[in-house]
Design a protein around this ligand. Structure first.
Ligand code: ADP
Ligand code: MG
Length: 266
């Protein structure tokens, strides 16, 4: 095979794996008649550099989906692959290691450590992963989220929106394969929410991040490239370039007549 100038055999292009892939993922709680089937066979592959919103009525399986995809919970069956690596079979230590280095998290409640400075919070994933702490990168990320002057402060001195921006910088510090965000704007007012969503969008567009966000807000979903709709543990619908009105319409249909979608998994 001809090699391009400057390219050696060891630099042969690798196959491009999806950032995250779920294959026939099922998750049940309990057994027998009392079993709850929270996920009933989810198949999904999300490319790098994509922004996906996951929506669905309460109890449809959104949190279970996120936990299984992020390696925080183990599927009852099926596989989860992170950057082409199957994580479902890893032991607890390897899984923890992988979560720390290759997955970023943004929570509704920010989850910053109050005793650490903002900069130390951003560096925490590197510290936990046991890699050298890159202060310059932390400060660059803080500047990107508009908090360049706030590295030495404590989270308690910041507003909710600012704290969530710190959480986004923290989620990006290890250049993770995927950032999972669980209702990241649930505790914020509308305007602050838009700023935070704009930053997630920017992380995808200008830094190549991959974001998966659970939300029940159609406006929040409209910042994503694609909205997935869960009902009764299955993906039953999707919208590309989701507009708030269209998302609200799908949600209404799911809530009003969930049975219509039964068995219609994409
Ligand atoms: P959502 O986040 O969309 O509200 P969840 O993923 O939290 O949905 O829950 C999906 C289903 O699984 C629900 O019926 C819920 O009651 C059930 N479930 C979730 N976690 C547990 C658990 N630890 N034990 C038993 N049932 C659970
Ligand atoms: Mg939930």
């Amino acid at each position: 095979m001809a090699l391009r100038p400057g390219r050696t055999r060891t630099e042969r292009p690798q196959p491009v794996y999806p950032a995250i892939e779920l294959r026939s993922v099922r998750r049940s709680y309990g057994r027998g008649e009392a079993a709850v089937h929270a996920l009933r066979g989810v198949d999904l592959a999300l490319p790098r550099g994509s922004f996906t919103a996951v929506m669905g009525p309460s109890g449809s399986g959104k949190s279970t989906f996120l936990q299984c995809a992020a390696g925080l919970d183990r599927p009852s069956s099926g596989e989860v692959l992170l950057g082409g690596v199957e994580i479902t079979g890893l032991d607890e230590n390897r899984l923890t290691e992988l979560r720390r280095s290759r997955i970023g998290f943004v929570f509704q409640s920010f989850n910053l450590l109050p005793s650490l400075t903002v900069r130390q919070n951003v560096l925490l994933p590197q510290r936990l992963a046991g890699v050298s702490q890159d202060r310059r990168r932390a400060d660059e990320l803080l500047a990107r989220v508009g908090l360049g002057e706030h590295g030495g402060r404590r989270p308690g001195q910041l507003s909710g929106g600012q704290q969530q921006r710190v959480a986004i910088a923290r989620a990006l510090i290890t250049e993770p394969e995927v950032v999972f965000a669980d209702e990241p704007t649930g505790a914020l007012d509308t305007r602050t929410a838009q700023e935070v969503l704009g930053l997630l969008r920017q992380a995808v567009d200008s830094m190549g991040a991959t974001v998966v966000m659970v939300t029940h807000d159609p406006v929040a979903a409209s910042f994503a490239d694609r909205a997935l709709f869960l009902a009764d543990g299955a993906i039953v619908d999707e919208l590309w370039s989701p507009q708030p009105e269209a998302v609200a319409g799908r949600m209404l249909a799911l809530t009003a007549a969930p049975g219509r979608y039964a068995g219609a998994a994409a």
